[in-house]
Design a protein around this ligand. Structure first.
Ligand code: ADP
Ligand code: MG
Length: 392
């Protein structure tokens, strides 16, 4: 078993990690850190929860020096605001004890604080749209960037950000290191690799231990019975995320749950940044144990110990199925993913599940002890079958 020091991480950074209980590198970190720290371009493919943030964050923290105001040396592009916040937080921790400051740049929030933060920052973590705004306004220049990171590149592609990403990367200095991380490296992503990376070292992790440990269940239930079922599940699981197709659907479900006595937090695109953060924080801290979300929340955010994810509405496609499901079973903990499937949706859900690499077996709504015993349930709740609504 290697240590961070063995991989070339200077002792003072390794020590800081150790103090946080992070002492053995995860697989993707062990694979990419030696190349990243040597200044080479790296192309990393790994599933969610595998520790990609530290894999690239350490390269920034170790290799960068304090930069001129408004001319960051490090740039991290991410698809969503939530991820920007999370990644910036992690990199700040990694930079603790250095004179590197980290700024966040994302849409849906005022310019003032971001502009001020960028001036003093050596590393900028940004969503592509707002970053281009700031560059256009002259608030920041990428002319001194020596390390650029693309995190969740596949998601940026799905969200239509690749044209902006390309424009940004094209304007970087020619002498720079590019680190690209993604759950998939096919299609458009392989083009970006070709265009912007120089002889990248490619690392894929697919060993058993890096794969999330997730039990996928498909329950046939009538649409009208779903609220009652998830209300019961909310009492059963310590924490649960419910995915809905639309913002309106989220609001409606939260209201219906409220009427059934279940408190929930909501996160979707119509909420302001402040509201979204408040919801996440409530959920993280356990003030509510139910998070009702649209797909915006499916990517990037990491919440420890979410034992159960429910597809309240089926996802739009197999990619969304994977992204939503990836909110559980993270960092080595076990998770259950439950799809609530109306009989009329059975065929389309089958197809989507297979495309996601899961062979669906449609059963009635029940949780049995054998599959469920290592998943965290709320104290006092039943360990066994507890759902009383009959199958559709
Ligand atoms: P990804 O970006 O690959 O989805 P993250 O970077 O968000 O994954 O990491 C998932 C979780 O694992 C985080 O809570 C992180 O702190 C934790 N983690 C990362 N690396 C290690 C490690 N080497 N040892 C213990 N925990 C780790
Ligand atoms: Mg990540």
């Amino acid at each position: 078993m290697s240590t961070f020091s063995d991989l070339g991480v200077p002792p003072r950074f390794a020590k800081k990690l150790d103090e946080r209980g992070i002492s053995s590198p995860f697989e993707i970190q062990a694979a990419t850190l030696p190349d990243g720290l040597a200044g080479l371009d790296v192309c990393g493919k790994a599933p969610t929860g595998s520790g990609k943030t530290i894999a690239f964050g350490l390269v920034l923290a170790v290799r960068l020096r304090k930069s001129k105001p408004g001319h960051p040396g490090g740039l991290v592009l991410v698809p969503t605001r939530e991820l920007a916040i999370q990644v910036a937080k992690e990199i700040s921790l990694l930079c603790d004890g250095t004179d590197l400051r980290v700024a966040m740049v994302y849409g849906g929030a005022g310019y003032g604080p971001q502009v001020r933060a960028v001036r003093g920052a050596s590393i900028v973590v940004a969503t592509p749209g707002r970053l281009e705004d700031l560059i256009e306004r002259g608030d920041l220049s990428l002319g001194s960037v020596t390390i650029a990171v693309l995190d969740e590149a596949d998601r940026m592609s799905d969200m239509g950000f690749l044209p902006a990403v390309r424009r940004i990367l094209r304007d970087l200095p020619k002498q720079r290191q590019v680190l690209l991380f993604s759950a998939t490296l096919d299609g458009d992503i392989s083009q970006v690799v070709k265009e912007f990376q120089h002889d990248p070292r490619r690392h894929e992790t697919k060993s058993e231990e890096a794969e999330p440990d997730i039990d996928h269940k498909f329950w046939l239930v009538n649409r009208n019975d779903r609220v009652e079922i998830v209300a019961q599940m909310a009492n059963h699981f310590e924490r649960i995320i419910l995915f809905c197709r639309t913002k309106h659907g989220c609001d409606r479900l939260a209201k219906q749950l409220g009427a059934a006595g279940v408190r929930s937090s909501i996160i979707h695109g119509n909420k302001s940044q402040a509201q979204r953060e408040k919801s996440l924080e409530e959920f993280r801290r356990g003030r509510s144990n139910v998070l009702v979300a649209t797909d915006v929340a499916a990517r990037g955010i990491h919440i420890d110990d979410v034992p159960c994810v429910v597809h309240f509405d089926p996802p739009a496609d197999h990619k969304d199925y994977i992204h939503r499901s990836g909110r559980t079973g993270r960092a080595g903990s076990k998770g259950v993913v439950i799809s609530l499937v109306d009989p009329s949706q059975r065929r389309s859900v089958s197809r989507l599940a297979r495309d996601a690499g899961v062979e669906p077996e449609f059963v009635g709504p029940e949780l049995d002890v054998s599959t469920n015993e290592s998943v965290k349930v709320r104290p006092g709740s039943l360990g066994g079958v507890l759902l009383t609504v009959a199958a559709g």
